[in-house]
Design a protein around this ligand. Sequence first.
Ligand code: NAP
Ligand code: ZN
Length: 345
Amino acid sequence: MPNTKAYAAYAPDEKIKPFEFDRREIGDNDVKLEIEYCGVCHSDIHFAHDDWGMSQYPVVPGHEIVGRVTATGKNVTGFNEGDLVAVGCMVDSCQECDACNDNLEQLCSDMVMTYGSPDPHMKGVTHGGYSTQIVVDQHFVLKVSEKLDTKAVAPLLCAGITTYAPLRNWNVQKGQKVGVIGLGGLGHMGVKFASAMGAHTVMITTSPEKGEDAKRLGAAEVLVSKDKEQMKAHAGSFDFLLNTVPVAHDINPYLTLLKNQKTMVLLGATPVDLHSMGLVFGQKHVSGSMIGGIKETQEMLDFCEEHGIVSDIEMIDIQNINEAWERVMNSDVKYRFVIDMKSLR
Ligand code: NAP
Ligand code: ZN
């Protein structure tokens, strides 16, 4: 009998279904954990649907993993059986290149994603957290505070770090006007972090009905992007924009919101329409950002403990995953689904 139960996508256009496979035996540097909770990221859906043309089936998604350590290899320091720990979007990297030495493992050319990367230890590709257990090199395991609501910590491992890192790297601070575009999993964390960092945070949404929630999450104002008058009123006023839109879209209207020489960071991996005039006039910048390094992920988790920040979640059993994905695709999630992995045992 395979040692791990999971749910997997078998083809781009099919519902995801039960799957069983073997995790590797624990190595000297490995930590094994029983997965308690796994968040549902829009990337899970992109990958299952092969939106990026790189998926190998079956795909076991899931990179927002929280669980308890059940075993450690003989070289493992800092983790003991029973510890509450987490695993995010990466499970390996070369650990010796410039990127790794700069604590930017996500930029290492040998970085191994938690799911869907060629597995350096086994035949086939890596399998993610929609599963009962996982074995991971200790460098990629994070410590989680017992003080926070464990279920609501899971989404911090992707939605959290992916929004925290660019806000930090572009030095967002008190007194600045920051816009977060799209109130979904990433966006709601972006609002929480930007306001905790002291910025005047504006939720930029296509869904006016989410306005009240946005304010509860920390937004000082709500801007409905489909409303041309509202967009005009905010033109040229933003110090920074964080764009979490997961589908192809026109970024030119958002660029008009920036002050001169300021930046919009794109987080969705999707085609966008851009007219260079939107950048040339005003010398504006568009950049991308990918998750964050392991050191920064631990820093983000510590920041969350200090500020009492977790995700707003809806719990589901794994058997309801297909309906949850439908709702994510319809922008109908408040604001992250988290799978209770007990439902798979
Ligand atoms: P999500 O929960 O589905 O949220 C996306 C939000 O975008 C929606 O709730 C909606 O908010 C808004 N939106 C949807 N369609 C739109 C449209 N046509 N025009 C304008 N806004 C629209 O997704 P997520 O999990 O936050 O992920 C967002 C994207 O980031 C995905 O593409 C994901 O793959 C990517 N991602 C990137 C990284 C990275 O490292 N860069 C990491 C994780 C995820 P409103 O209803 O408020 O408009
Ligand atoms: Zn993700």
